[in-house]
Design a protein around this ligand. Structure first.
Ligand code: PMM
Length: 252
């Protein structure tokens, strides 16, 4: 199971308190995660916390591109966490080889075409709408079946836009338009997502549904969750703490 280290270059991230919102500190944190054995560094400039407002394309580019340039030069495998095709293109030019689109292609109708042309890996996440009001969209019949069918629809669109199937990684979008019970159900039945036949990425790190009042408490819950995912056919986990996750995965 791969470990993708989270590098949020945002001033409002809950988990890192905006600590890494300058190029210098972001690069230093990226280097630290690399030394801890991160397989991929996921760099994002736009917060997707519930309730978050969007930022402009210019702001997003100014946050992520300098960090990608520096970490790519240090040999990191980089994923760009963006919903914008234009940002994905600039990020790939700067050295990213994965596009992590939390909207699965729904936020920008140029995204699938861009990913197809760029030929990078494309992480397609389950998504129902922007963070500002996503909680109102957490209505499901059977959450796992609904997520699977909505993912399948986006996978079909991605493939018809020219993305090679072997470049697609899927993600059930833990915490996105989902109540706690939906997140737990998706994790319990993750094998059904794996059955779609694509590599599966899980991003549960320090999210609200884990409970706890502080990042530290949520960190402990995250490690437990990752432990439980080992051996279940998961391709990777997207996490804040790299070394503890490498250890927990190796020890299971
Ligand atoms: N979660 C967040 C941001 N990007 N990308 C993927 N593929 N999967 C996720 O679950 C995901 C993501 C939001 O979490 P953060 O604010 O802790 O980065």
């Amino acid at each position: 199971m791969l470990v993708m280290g989270i590098l949020n270059v945002t001033p409002d991230s809950f988990s890192d308190g905006g600590e890494f919102n300058t190029v210098e500190t972001a690069v230093a944190h990226g280097v630290e995660m690399l030394s801890e054995g991160a397989d991929i560094i996921d760099i994002g400039g736009e917060s997707t916390r519930p309730g978050a407002e969007r930022i402009t394309e210019e702001e997003e580019l100014s946050r992520v591109i300098p960090v990608i340039n520096e970490l790519a030069a240090k040999g990191a495998v980089i994923s760009i966490d963006t919903m914008r095709a234009s940002v994905a293109r600039a990020a790939v030019k700067a050295g990213a080889t994965y596009i992590n689109d939390v909207s699965g292609g729904l936020a920008d109708d140029q995204m699938h075409k861009a990913a197809a042309e760029l030929g990078t890996f494309y992480i397609l996440m389950h998504w129902r709408g922007h963070s500002v009001d996503m909680n109102s969209k957490a209505i499901y019949g059977d959450v796992v079946l609904d997520v699977k069918s909505e993912l399948s629809r986006q996978i079909e669109k991605a493939i018809s836009a020219g993305i090679a199937p072997e470049k697609i990684i899927i993600d059930p979008g833990i915490g996105f338009a989902k109540e706690a019970e939906h997140n737990w159900e998706l994790i319990r039945r993750v094998n059904e997502i794996v059955d779609l036949g694509y590599p599966v990425l899980i991003g549960a790190s320090r999210k609200r549904f884990l409970g706890g009042d502080s990042p530290l408490e949520r960190e402990a819950a995250t490690l437990e969750l990752t432990k439980g995912l080992v051996g279940r056919g998961i391709w990777g986990v997207r996490v804040h703490s790299v070394a503890p996750h490498k250890k927990v995965i190796a020890d299971v």
